[in-house]
Ligand binder design. Structure first.
Ligand SMILES: Nc1nc2c(ncn2[C@@H]2O[C@H](COP(=O)(O)OP(=O)(O)O)[C@@H](O)[C@H]2O)c(=O)[nH]1
Ligand SMILES: [Mg+2]
Length: 293
């Protein structure tokens, strides 16, 4: 499969970040806990090389907790401050503020020696579209101050949100467009639903998901859709069937998605499977493991 992103957006977003980055002490970078590697744009390391760094493994409620723990250790070993988070509940918002103060301790100490006391730490949130930046900012601010939704918000004037007396947050997050350095990255971003499905063959996409799950979560689909293993073997014998398409047929049968003539409707089954996966209804699943990076 082939995945692309319109490159025009990228230069504009990077320019915006280069301007804003001068104003801040720390970058709070959000990445999706299900795809912590593909969900980061590596340009941020160059952009933020003189800044304190905090990585938020967001949507941790949808990811495999054991794998998320390994990712936390992985990024910590690279010198980042790391936290896992569910921005929808925002329960960890207080902890984020504490961690920002910790991450910037050196600077706070340096300020103190110069007689500067009580100057708030300035932070910017950054991440790829749909990772949860607006939701995160709202929860940190404790009110609906940033636009949420599936499209990146409209930029207005530069505004700071005060988070107590110790911290200020730029209300416009830095949008990092994903970098499709290899097709696995594009695939993973498409699977979590952060690429527009309109231009993607979702049936093919769902077969890729089936292959990944078969390897790492072999029971997730079988259990969710009550699939009988003998029936599955039967479907695999059909003409043109592949192991993945047979699973998709079985899902169609289980969910009673049929076209005329009682033919399993693969497209509807694919849409259903992707939707169930993206909303955590197949369980907490991680698509990437630090061992492979
Ligand atoms: N399950 C879950 N969903 C989240 C989380 N954070 C954000 N979302 C959802 O992800 C979608 C995109 O969020 P948004 O804040 O608009 O992303 P942005 O494009 O980075 O600003 C929305 O539907 C949010 O409700 C999270 O931690 N867990
Ligand atoms: Mg947004």
């Amino acid at each position: 499969m082939n995945f692309q992103w319109y490159p025009g957006h990228m230069t504009k977003a990077i320019r915006m970040m280069q301007e804003n980055i001068k104003l801040i002490d720390i970058i709070i970078e959000l990445t999706d806990a299900r795809i912590p590697a593909a969900g980061r744009n590596p340009d941020i390391d160059e952009l933020g090389k003189n800044k304190y760094r905090l990585i938020i493994l967001n949507k941790a409620d949808l990811a495999d907790p054991l794998v998320t723990k390994k990712w936390k250790e992985y990024y910590e070993s690279q010198g980042f401050f790391v936290m896992e988070m569910n921005s929808k509940t925002g329960n960890e918002a207080g902890k984020v503020k504490d961690m920002v103060q910790n991450a910037c301790a050196e600077k706070i100490e340096r300020d103190k020696k110069r007689g500067i006391v009580g100057r708030p730490i300035r932070a910017m949130v950054a991440g790829i579209p749909n990772v949860g930046k607006s939701t995160f900012i709202n929860k940190l601010a404790g009110r609906a101050s940033a636009k949420t939704g599936n499209k990146p918000g409209v930029t207005k004037g530069k505004q700071w949100i005060s988070l107590g007396k110790n911290m200020q947050l730029l209300d416009t997050p830095g949008i990092l467009w994903p970098k499709f350095e290899d097709q696995t990255i594009g695939l993973h971003i498409a699977l979590i639903g952060s690429l527009n499905d309109e231009n993607i063959d979702t049936t093919e996409l769902s077969c890729e998901l089936i292959k990944i799950l078969a390897e790492n979560y072999p029971n997730a689909i079988i259990e969710k859709y009550n699939i009988d293993r003998d029936k599955l073997s039967e479907l695999e014998q059909e003409q043109y069937a592949t192991p993945a398409s047979a699973v998709l047929s079985a899902i169609a049968i289980n969910r009673k998605c049929f076209k005329q003539g009682a033919v399993p409707d693969m497209d509807r089954a694919a849409a259903l499977l992707l939707d169930d996966f993206r909303n955590g209804r197949l369980g907490r699943i991680s698509l990437e493991r630090p061992e492979n990076y």
